[in-house]
Design a protein around this ligand. Structure first.
Ligand code: SAH
Ligand code: SF4
Length: 347
């Protein structure tokens, strides 16, 4: 069966759910290497050699939602809450630009202090002062608001659907709705955004069939970016005591996401680097990924933006992260992109 599926990959034929479930179950090192090698070839062919850097600014950790896995969920009273003032967000964007990042990712909890007016103002000021693409990772908002953000100059959105198993989705999201999440993704694309989404690997109760369904969903949605990271258990959440997702399963899903979606930008995520500090990101970049998101959040806030514990890079400042990431990318002999890193989907 393995030979047959690998042949399909070599012939660039589509994989079906059964193929994906089989590949997700691979265990032998040489089988995995055969898969990863092919994912790397697809990455080279469809996404190119360059690694795109996106400077991540975690500008607020207030959140109105209570996602069961997340360390900054509303009911976690232990989280030290912060909001970066506008001026500080703007100076952080300037720093990101100075470090050569051509995209900034503005990420936060669902913080309604940042009204549409405030965000529009922020987006416009960033576009006036800096030559960067803007990705919004701020959760769900009404369509009219996203329309205003797009008009103001925002280029991309990032909103993971977390799992395509709707029963599991509802269990983990007491105050969100699976269909609403999917609908937001659809109209974000209609508005004109380059849309990113993704999932966590190893959510309690998640099966390999679910993961295969997630990968097919990435393709169906024609996502411009797909972020795949391991779930990491946070003790101050209702999911405390659960196991973390594994690095190997994350690698497999990244590789298959590359093979199935071909053109999607795929980041080597921070959560992956957290579980495998030595070379998690480098390995991911060698089996399908082509993006890294170095943190540029001012150090004083980093430890408070604790989606999951023991996150890497919380004591390093933006310059250190810049040096570290560049070193890692050079060590695997890949060039860093100087462009915005827009979507590479044809047409
Ligand atoms: N509030 C926004 C953006 C911030 S959360 C949103 O929810 O879309 C960004 C991502 O962090 C989430 O989509 C989720 O996939 C990830 N995340 C949250 N808690 C996590 C955990 N315990 N382990 C790994 N990733 C987590
Ligand atoms: Fe809020 Fe996002 Fe965390 Fe959910 S995952 S609790 S929306 S920050």
């Amino acid at each position: 069966m393995l030979e047959e599926i690998l042949q399909k990959i070599d012939n660039e034929q589509d994989l079906n759910k059964e193929d994906l479930v089989f590949l997700l179950g691979l265990k032998r090192r040489e089988d995995l290497e055969a898969l990863y090698h092919r994912a790397d070839l697809y990455r080279k062919k469809y996404a190119g050699e360059e690694v795109h850097l996106r400077g991540l600014i975690e500008f607020s950790n207030y959140c109105r939602k209570n996602c069961c896995y997340c360390g900054i969920r509303r009911d976690n009273v232990k989280a030290r809450r912060y909001r970066m003032p506008n001026e500080e967000i703007l100076s952080t964007v300037t720093l990101a630009e100075k470090l050569g990042y051509r995209t900034v990712v503005l990420q936060s909890g669902e913080d309604m202090y940042f009204t549409a007016d405030r965000l529009v103002d922020l987006i416009k000021r960033i576009k006036q002062q800096s030559d960067v693409a803007i990705t919004l990772s701020i959760g769900e908002r009404p369509r009219e608001e996203y329309e205003r953000f797009f008009k103001a100059g925002a280029d991309r959105t990032l909103i993971r659907f977390e799992t395509s198993n709707r029963v599991l989705y509802q269990k983990l999201h007491p105050d969100s709705d699976y269909d609403e999440r999917m609908t937001q993704l659809k109209w974000q694309k209609e508005i004109g955004f380059q849309v990113g989404s993704g999932i966590m690997i190893g959510l309690p109760g998640q099966t390999m069939e679910d993961l295969a369904g997630d990968i097919l969903k990435f393709k169906e949605l024609e996502l411009d970016m797909v972020g795949v990271g391991p779930y990491i258990c946070h003790q101050d959440t209702p999911l405390k005591g659960n196991d973390n997702g594994t690095v190997e399963m994350t690698f497999k899903v990244i590789a298959l996401t590359r093979i199935v979606t071909r053109y999607a930008h795929i980041p080597a995520t921070t959560a992956l680097a957290t579980l495998r500090q030595a070379d998690g990101r480098e390995r991911a970049l060698q089996l399908g990924a082509n993006v890294v998101m170095p943190n540029v959040t001012p150090v004083e806030y980093r430890s408070a933006y604790e989606l999951y514990p023991a996150k890497v890079c919380i004591y390093e400042d933006a310059e250190k992260c810049h040096g570290c990431i560049h070193g890692r990318i050079f060590s695997i002999d890949r060039p860093v992109s100087k462009g915005y890193g827009h979507s590479v989907w044809p047409g």
